[in-house]
Structure formats: C-alpha cells, structure tokens
Design a protein around this ligand. Structure first.
Ligand code: ADP
Ligand code: GLC
Length: 484
C-alpha cells in the first residue's frame, strides 16, 4: 500500500518535540512491513541540503489566488523516501514554528500553502497514495482538500488524521479559504468555523476518514470537556472513528545497549555502565560527583502543558528536605527558565539547569539519571517516559494520557512496577511522589533495581504500532469507499 505522511516535523530532519519522532517512526515501521511509505515536510532553512536531491523541474502549487512555483527535494532515510517542499518566503526562516518563543504570525499561511503543495506533489511525482496520513493542525487541511477540492487523481485516496496535541488547532482568518481555494460554505459551524474564524483542526476532525491519537487514555480524555479543548462534542460524535495507538520507540536510537551518544553501554542484566553514565552526567552538567545520591532528570519544552512550573515552585522545598540532585534540560517560557536558573544558583552542585536544545545531553540524562520527572497537565503520549524506562531511569509521572498508559505504578505489596504515578496534579502530590521515589531508592534498593530491570525490558516496539496503523488504513479505505 502507498502511504503519504504529511507533517511539519520528521526526524532526523526537523524536530521540536515528539511529533518528529512519532511521524518518522510510523513511516519506517510500516515500510518495514513491506509497504511504500513516504514522508513530506517543509524544507526549513535549518535542514542540511547536502544529502538531498532537488527535482529538475519546479512544481506548480495551485493556490486559490493563482499558481505558485516551488521546488521539491528528496532523499531516502531508513528505507523511507522523504520529500521536502522548498519555498523561501515561508520556510527559509530560522525557526520551524517561530523564533524567540513567539510563533510566526503567518503560520496559517505557511502551513496551508504546505498542505496544498502536498496535494500537488502527488501528481508532480506521479506517485498516487492510497492513504494520506496527516498529523496535527499543520497538515489538517489535507482531509478537507481531499473531499472538497475533488482532485481527479486522488479520488480513491482516503485520509487518516492523527492528533498529537489537541491544544493547538490552527485558528486562521476566514480568508484562508480563498487563499487555498476551498469553498466559502466551510465557514459554517458544522464545518470549520469557530468563533468567526477557521479552525483547521476542526476541519480535519470533521473530514478525515479515520482519526487516531497517540494513546488510548488520551483518546478517552479528549471526548470530555476537561481535555477536549472545545472539540469534545465533535470527537464524541466521531467516537466510532477515533482510535488510540500508542507511539513506539526507535530501538536503534534509544537503547542503552547500542547508544553511541553515551559513554558506557549497559543492559538490564548488567547495570554497571549506568553508574558510569551517572558520573559522566554529573561531571558534564556541573553536579557534585556522587554515585549514591538520587539523581532526577527532566528533558522538556518549558510550556504550560508540561507542569514544570509546579516543580519549579517546590524545588527549594525538595532540595531542602530530600537527599536528591536535579538536572533539567529544556527551553520555552523565559520566566520559567529564569526561575529555574535562580534555583540553580542557590543550590549549586545539586541543581543544574541547561537551557536550550541538546540531543547528545538528552541521551546522557536518560542514561545517567535514576528517575525522570514528567508532571504533565496533559500528555497525549509522551516519548521521554518510554525512553527513560528503557534506560532504567524510573519515571515519576502524573496519571494522564500516555503517561497513565505506559507507566506502571510501584506497588509496595507486590514490590513491582516501572515508575511512580500520582493521580492529582498539585504541589503536595508531586512532592510526595518524589519523596516516595526517594524512600524506595534509599530504603528498598532491591525493589528499585528490580523495577529498573523490569522497565528496561518493556516492549515499545514498532511492529505493534505499525500493525495498528495498517488496520486503521484499511478501515479508512473501507469508509472512503462508502462515502464516494
Ligand atoms: P512533546 O512532543 O510534547 O514535547 P514528547 O515527550 O512526546 O513531548 O517528546 C519530546 C521529545 O523532544 C523527546 O524526544 C525529547 O527528548 C525531545 N526534547 C525535548 N526538549 C529537548 C531539549 N531541550 N533537548 C533535547 N531534546 C529535547
Ligand atoms: C505531542 C504530544 C506528546 C506526544 C508527541 C508525539 O507533541 O505533546 O505527548 O508524545 O506529540 O506523538
């Protein structure tokens, strides 16, 4: 089956968060099962063109106001062909979504242009997919275009739309319809209108043949007002077409046995290398070298979703009362960055804060820390808690979305589990859970080590995920057949 995945991010070319990891992994995993998968994304200025090949001819993009010319580039990575849409005006910038913590004001224009370019690229490359699989609002116009623009060669193509984060919906001015050549009737509450604007996510959820999201719990949560971000009614209406599929982990990249980015390898049978990684991490980030202290890691975008403001509030209390070290790698909200830095100055040698994006350090934190903190307010899936478990770094998480589904809470009776889970997100629960992890680490070390070994053997393999998506692709073809 030919499947075209369209996304604003795809590793190793463009990654801001887990979206990039998830999309490339879906493509790679279905390709491994013998299907033809391609990924298409914008050619951002940050992407190294050295290994990409441009098509000879420029490609016409049929916009509502006339035609534009862009260039298409391609390359092959892990058996998957990647296509890149080059258009200087929109993608020749420093950032992917914005710069200095501010989103670009014309993101709706940039990504609606990209969506139309995806449609035109099918004809241009003479590669007609059976499925167009769109991800998040940036490519959310694709299911709408497939139905409303009636592109001749794509009449048999079905659409699947995956929600990685429902909070970002792509609110756009009504002029977007003329801009990309979609009919005015879509400016209607039963189609794409919301508060006088066009809501791209709403359009995707209304028009896609099937909808998926990245964990079963998040699929349930988004049908409720608390997590539905205003679209819970629509998602409830489409409940029969909404499927939760947990992301997988790329075992070639995230494995303590093979990882070239860490100073010592280790397995669940021999954890010695993990201690070496802990020392290397402490040295690297300026923490006191001490193999006995419980070292807690965080790697995250510093945004409201991640709940790290709560950690920041209680960090002094934790540092004063618990025997722990804390290392954070991340960037985002400047005020939160500054507060974490303030704590770093007050707890020098015990708190380390690295602001920025650093892939190599992220691997060292996963390998060297003992626990990994993820107090997310909501978490559609979350990749880091899975990476952590595979590196024997026990996650301390809020029971939400994919965190709830992937981390098994420590059970003191049976002395088992793969992490520490708290059910209410507030300062006290968070503090108590870290305290509980501490108590287990210091007073029940055997349990802690048994949990590490168990967590390292968890199965987040790609094959299970690939089979689930293939089933959804089949369902969407069936439902498309019924609709046309
Ligand atoms: P989200 O996509 O919501 O940010 P996920 O847990 O799904 O959350 O994925 C985050 C991904 O981004 C992980 O692969 C994580 O390691 C990576 N990441 C986040 N912040 C940084 C950073 N500052 N440096 C390196 N990697 C980061
Ligand atoms: C989003 C979500 C995150 C998820 C990722 C990949 O960024 O916030 O929970 O893991 O997408 O699906």
């Amino acid at each position: 089956m030919k499947i075209l995945l369209a996304s604003a991010e795809a590793t190793p070319f463009a990654k801001v968060g887990g979206l990039g990891d998830a999309v490339s992994l879906i493509a790679q995993s279905v390709a491994k099962l013998g299907h033809e998968a391609r990924v298409i994304l914008p050619l951002y200025a940050s992407i190294n063109r050295a290994n990409l090949v441009p098509y000879d001819q420029p490609m016409i993009v049929n916009m509502g106001y006339g035609i534009e010319f862009c260039c298409l580039w391609k390359t092959v990575n892990f058996g998957v062909e990647f296509l890149f849409v080059e258009f200087e005006k929109y993608f020749g910038r420093k950032g992917i979504y914005g710069e200095n913590g501010e989103g670009y004001g014309d993101n709706w224009e940039r990504f609606s242009f990209f969506s139309r370019a995806v449609i035109d690229a099918c004809d241009f490359t003479d590669w007609i997919p059976r499925i167009i699989h769109a991800h998040d609002w940036h490519s959310g116009l694709l299911p709408v275009m497939l139905r409303e623009q009636r592109v001749y060669r794509l009449s048999e193509t079905a659409s699947v739309f995956t929600i990685h984060n429902l909070a970002h919906q792509g609110y756009s001015p009504p002029g977007i319809l003329n801009f990309v050549g979609l009919p005015q009737k879509l400016l209607h509450p039963f189609a794409m209108e919301a508060m006088g604007a066009i809501n791209i996510m709403k359009g995707a959820l209304s028009y896609a043949n099937k909808i998926t999201t990245v964990s079963q719990s998040y699929a349930n949560e988004i049908k409720t007002p608390a997590h539905g971000c205003g679209l819970d009614d629509l998602l409830t209406y489409r409940a029969a077409d909404l499927i939760g599929i947990c992301n997988a982990v790329d075992g070639d990249i995230w494995s303590p046995e093979k990882d070239p980015l860490i100073p010592a390898k280790f397995t669940h049978e021999n954890l010695k290398g993990k201690t070496k990684c802990k020392v290397a991490l402490q040295e690297k980030v300026g923490l006191n070298v001490d193999v006995d202290v419980l070292l807690i890691g965080v790697i995250s975008r510093l945004v409201e979703q991640k709940g790290l403001d709560i950690v920041c509030d209680i960090l002094p209390e934790m540092m004063d009362n618990l025997h722990i070290q804390f290392v954070l790698l991340g960037s985002g909200d400047p005020a939160l960055e500054a507060k974490f830095r303030f704590h770093e100055r007050n707890y020098s040698g015990r708190v380390s804060v690295k602001i920025g994006y650093d892939n190599v350090l992220s691997h060292l934190i996963e390998a060297g820390a003992d626990c990994f903190l993820m107090p997310s307010r909501y978490e559609p899936c979350g990749m880091n808690q899975m990476y952590s478990m595979l590196y024997g770094t026990l996650p301390v998480v809020h029971a939400t979305g994919g965190l709830r589904d992937s981390v098994e809470n420590y059970d003191a009776q049976s002395r088992s589990g793969s992490g520490f889970v708290f059910y209410r997100l507030n300062h006290k629960s968070l503090y108590d859970s870290v305290g509980w992890a501490c108590a287990t680490y210091y007073d029940h070390r055997q349990d802690f080590v048994a949990m590490q070994k168990y967590a390292m053997q968890k199965d987040f393999s790609m094959e299970k995920m690939a089979n689930a998506y293939l089933e959804v692709y089949e369902y969407s073809l069936d439902s498309h057949g019924k609709r046309t």
